[in-house]
Design a protein around this ligand. Structure first.
Ligand code: PEP
Length: 251
């Protein structure tokens, strides 16, 4: 059985003081035996506060982005050795905001996936089509291209450590989620793609849905057969709202 994973992408939100207060409240909410894996993704500057605030709890934390090189002349970037000092468990790779606003290509994203796995950390690979691509009937083609570029050639052992977040771009931050049946259809397609390359390992790989998930609609997604969690942006900024979403994932 796949352990559900619900993750909070804070994006460019929260100071260290705000992160500390969030962790304090979140720890009050989450029981030690909570059966859903929970991961917070603060901005880099709050990673230390989140690490200190969550150490000793069941909640994990990670980074929203990373550069594939370990060091060098890459102004404004951050490397895996730097992030490992904060004891991260996960890195988000290929978020649509990184692809669309910052111009990250499939090839660059693939380099990040390899670097993250090599460092012993788990990537959450984001894939998803834009609205016009869905309207043109090209959603699967786009997702397949993103999967091939990032994951083709990975060993089953490495692939087993990857989480995939299906996030249709038009649903992110818009308040308009995908229809659950469309999310399930794409998740089943992703699992089929994985099975064709990795065999039974595909049955253990977790696939999240992301895009305007809220406490009121989370259950519609988290109950779907091929969806094993959620990547949550806006509704994760409040600890009570994020925990209400996570509770919908309890098997
Ligand atoms: C995201 O940024 O990955 C996301 C899903 O955002 P939101 O929940 O705000 O749509």
């Amino acid at each position: 059985m796949r352990t559900p994973i619900v993750a909070a992408n804070w994006k460019m939100n929260k100071t260290q003081a705000e992160a500390r207060e969030y962790c304090r409240r979140f720890r009050e909410l989450v029981p030690e035996d909570f059966p859903v894996e929970l991961v917070l993704f603060p901005p880099f500057t709050a990673l230390g506060a989140v690490r200190d605030g969550l150490t000793g709890s069941v909640v994990k934390w990670g980074a929203q982005n990373v550069h594939p090189e370990p060091k060098g002349a890459f102004t404004g970037e951050i490397s895996l050795p730097m992030l490992l000092e904060y004891e991260i468990s996960y890195v988000i790779v290929g978020h649509s905001e990184r692809r669309d606003i910052f111009g990250e290509t499939d090839e660059f994203i693939a380099r990040k996936i390899w670097a993250v796995l090599e460092a012993g950390v788990r990537p959450i690979l984001c894939v998803g089509e834009k609205l016009e691509e869905r309207r043109e009937g090209r959603a699967r083609e786009v997702v397949e291209r993103q999967l091939s570029a990032a994951l083709e050639g990975l060993s089953p052992e490495d692939a087993d450590r990857v989480v995939i977040a299906y996030e249709p771009v038009w649903a992110i931050g818009t308040g308009v989620p995908a229809r659950p049946e469309d999310a399930q259809e794409m998740a089943a397609f992703i699992r089929g793609w994985l099975r064709a390359r990795l065999g039974d390992v595909a049955d253990g790989i977790r696939i999240q849905y992301g895009g305007s998930v809220k406490p009121g609609n989370a259950g519609d997604f988290l109950r779907l057969p091929d969806i094993d969690g959620a990547l949550v942006g806006g509704a994760s900024l409040d600890p009570d709202s994020f925990f209400a979403i996570a509770r919908e994932g309890v098997p």
